[in-house]
Design a protein around this ligand. Structure first.
Ligand code: IPE
Ligand code: IPE
Ligand code: MG
Length: 241
């Protein structure tokens, strides 16, 4: 591992679609749950390395609104892992001055988890060094439905007129309102889709797909993605400068 990478522009905010835990486990002849356990270790490593590279924000897609469809036992293992992660790893992040918050409807999780999520957000709110956002029971469509309801109720309350709805107002109604749009979205495992992750926010994000399964993803792979980002030409509809 080298300590420097060939740096073009550096993404401020990276979104990770952490996929391939199940296939990784299958290839090793292990139960899917073993893939999720290994995946949780990779989260630790990725956060540490992203911070070291000067990235400011990472959003990690850990559980989608559609993942409830999975067998009960797998959902239970995932919830147990999240609980463990929130009680052990996040305490460590807290000590390092990292701010941790959550997107996604948390009320669907057991009460002890909800209480812990609220506590983590409260306790790390003032941390400025780095931000970790965990997407748990997150789905963009759900977030958009919530935003539409909020805007509709603001209008009924006569807070503003329909004609004044603009990008900023829609953005303010989304759960991601307090973060800049992601610059780079990395999806592991070879699948090339967003699977309901940050679809408004990613309108101009650079997409990076790697065939590596999440449990095998490491520092070098993150460097590769950051380097690839540095070579992209982001035009936002304009012409190259
Ligand atoms: C990602 O890995 C973790 C979650 C979605 C919770 P998967 O469990 O989706 O692994 P694959 O895609 O089946 O290999
Ligand atoms: C996306 O992975 C969700 C997370 C990584 C949490 P999935 O494995 O659920 O996505 P699909 O079903 O392959 O699109
Ligand atoms: Mg998957």
């Amino acid at each position: 591992m080298t300590d420097t990478i060939d740096q073009g522009a550096l993404p401020v905010h990276i979104g990770f679609i952490m996929d391939g835990n199940g296939r990784w486990a299958k290839e090793q002849g292990l139960p899917r749950t073993a893939g999720h356990k290994k995946g949780a270790e990779v989260v630790r490593l990725v956060i540490e390395h992203a911070k070291k590279r000067g990235i400011q924000i990472v959003t990690l897609y850990a559980f989608s609104t559609e993942n409830w469809k999975r067998p009960k036992a797998e959902v239970k293992t995932l919830l147990d892992l999240f609980r463990k992660y929130m009680n052990e790893d996040i305490r460590e992040l807290q000590k390092q001055g990292i701010r941790v918050s959550f997107i996604g409807e948390r009320e669907k999780f057991p009460a002890d988890m909800v209480a812990r999520m609220n506590e983590i957000e409260r306790e790390t709110m003032g941390n400025k060094d780095f931000r970790v956002i965990l997407a748990l029971n997150y789905g963009f469509r759900d977030d958009m439905i919530y935003a539409i309801k909020k805007i509709a109720s603001d209008i009924l309350d006569r807070k503003y007129l329909i004609s004044s709805i603009d990008e900023a107002k829609v953005n303010a109604a989304l759960s991601t309102h307090d973060t800049p749009y992601p610059d780079l979205i990395i999806r592991t495992s070879g699948d090339q889709r967003l699977s309901n992750f940050l679809m408004w926010e990613s309108a101009y994000a650079e997409l990076y797909f790697t065939p590596i399964y999440w449990p095998d993803f490491n520092e070098h792979d993150l460097d590769d993605a950051i380097e690839a980002y540095g070579r992209r030409s982001r035009r936002f509809g304009n012409i190259a400068s």
